[in-house]
Ligand binder design. Sequence first.
Ligand SMILES: [Zn+2]
Length: 263
Amino acid sequence: MRGARARAVGHGLLALLLAVVAGVARAEGDAPGPIAVDVGHTLEAPGATSARGRSEFEFNRDLSVHVVDALRARGWAVGTINADGRIASLRARPQAAGEAGAAFLLSLHHDSVNAFELRPWTWEGRALDYNDAFAGHSLFVSRDNPDTAMSILCARAIGARLQRMGFEPTHKNGRRRSYADREHAVHYYDGLAVLRHARMPALLFEAGVLKNRDEELLLRDPARQARMADAIATGLSACLRNGAPADDEAGADRPDRAEPPGP
Ligand SMILES: [Zn+2]
């Protein structure tokens, strides 16, 4: 990318990053359409089980309430997808977002670890398992989404705001998923159905690692959920209202230059 357009995109990104760091998003009358917040998993297939035996779906649902509140407080129209945990299929999620005219799809999840990394323990008489080696959030985008550049930009903005507020990302998923932005733990996961079938920019957020016994307690804390939601809403608002993505996916992508931070 060269010349005036490159400078314009550079200025757009600079304005966006300044907005993210300052924690402000410019309010505009012509903000794009509503934001769809998707609650990952279902009552019947509730995803991972935490170290203390709680289902991922319950964590996702709790966080979604705070994220919806934080986005509405910034003036967005927000629709929750799968609030009752009874959605029919993965494909029905992006479809519902499309029918709502959503400008962005944000799918909320909580992370686990590989089965071979689990250790047994007993909690309140229940035989469960845990892994305390990994903690932190991470973000995923798909190159099979029609607007990967905007998806990456919003993921970076959210990641930057989270870190500005003291949340630390995990690099555990860098072992299998390549980075769109290493510094902010934004990964490519092209095959994720909820992202690749979306007709609008989309990202999947993993809020933390449920198998980590300390982090599980943090993730259950409503005040911390609200703080995390505030970071997400600030980053997403800044991206959607102020952000100008590079004009192609390669231009939006930052090469993996830096080593991940130490443990
Ligand atoms: Zn999940």
